[in-house]
Design a protein around this ligand. Structure first.
Ligand SMILES: Nc1ncnc2c1ncn2[C@@H]1O[C@H](COP(=O)(O)OP(=O)(O)OP(=O)(O)O)[C@@H](O)[C@H]1O
Length: 298
């Protein structure tokens, strides 16, 4: 069966983004990329290859210098900032490494925040289903600081789901989690795709996290250099290693497993003080302390 433009949740056509200054950097170099509805795609590549810029342009957080970005059929270039903000709130979900929960609000209030911001009254049955799906029914009155990192990320995923967005963009969603918790969060994102038919686009440095996706796209110097259907963690790691000894080599999962301990809940809670409005502005690069170790393939 052939794929038509109606099957694309997000499309980038010849997208170019240059950061100015005396020595301009071409962060995205005429990138063509389409994300099919109901699939998960991992975006990988060395540090500085353009992953975050791609995510920000695709999600309407940043405007490209040239080319077109569409969410479904909607061309983002034609939209005013106000309409773009509305689109982000109603049609896009965000999940970030640092969770970006509002510390002063409890779990339920955090989950309902995007709907409140966009003036919608979410269907209570759907909210209950989302809460059950992420397994937070017992925690609705807790504040983020009273939750573990994995629980906080599940709140962020529930918050992203509640408006039934067309696409969920994730930036290193497991970067602050230990291996086991990361696996749970990835399984949850997988179920969001398999059971709810959502589209997930996830930037990650971790081949194991990427192996949960249906497709892995690799960037280098602002261009797509690999586009692989379901490659598996080992093949992903091989491709990344090949990307060039002259570039900062990505961590192997084995290295990662023996490195920095996962962030404590306290650290995570401190990060979570960011208002949910934060995703609407470009974020500074967050620390990438811990990566999940290799999942047993079988
Ligand atoms: N606001 C900015 N001003 C100037 N240059 C920028 C800006 N943001 C990104 N860049 C540059 O654009 C290029 C791509 O950056 P980007 O953050 O998209 O890479 P990345 O692959 O996400 O990197 P990392 O994995 O380290 O987060 C880099 O060379 C970076 O230095």
């Amino acid at each position: 069966m052939s794929v038509t433009s109606a099957d694309f949740a997000v499309s980038l056509e010849r997208v170019r983004k240059t950061y100015g200054g005396d020595q301009p950097v071409v962060a995205l170099n005429d990138v063509d990329l389409r994300f099919v509805r109901g699939t998960a795609t991992a975006v990988m590549g060395p540090s500085g290859s353009g992953k975050s810029t791609l995510l920000h342009c695709a999600a309407g957080l940043d405007r490209p210098d040239a080319g077109a970005v569409r969410i479904g059929p909607t061309d983002l270039a034609t939209m005013s900032e106000k309409r773009l903000t509305e689109l982000r709130r109603s049609r896009i979900g965000f999940v970030f490494q640092a969770f970006n929960l509002v510390g002063a609000l409890n779990v339920e209030q955090n989950i309902l925040l995007p709907s409140r911001l966009s003036g919608q009254r979410p269907d209570p049955a759907w909210v209950a289903e989302v809460v059950a799906r992420v397994g937070l029914g017992e925690r609705l009155r807790h504040r983020p600081a009273q939750l573990s990192g994995g629980q906080q990320q599940r709140v962020a995923i529930a918050r992203a789901l509640v408006t039934r967005p067309e696409v969920i963009f994730c930036d290193e969603p497991t970067g602050a989690l230990d291996t086991r918790t990361a696996a749970e969060v990835l399984a949850l994102l997988r179920s969001v795709v398999d059971q709810a038919g959502q589209t997930v686009v996830m930037v990650t440095h971790d081949p194991v996290a990427a192996s949960y996706a249906d497709r892995v796209v690799v960037l280098a110097d602002g261009r797509i250099v690999q586009d692989m259907p379901q490659p598996g963690a080992e093949r992903i790691a091989e491709h990344l290693a090949h990307l060039g000894s002259h570039q900062a080599a990505p961590q192997s999962t084995t290295q990662a497993a023996t490195q920095a301990a996962p962030q404590s809940t306290t650290q995570a809670a401190t990060q979570s003080e960011n208002p949910y409005a934060a995703p609407y502005a470009r974020q500074p690069a967050a620390p990438r302390a811990a990566r999940p170790a290799a999942r047993q393939e079988g």
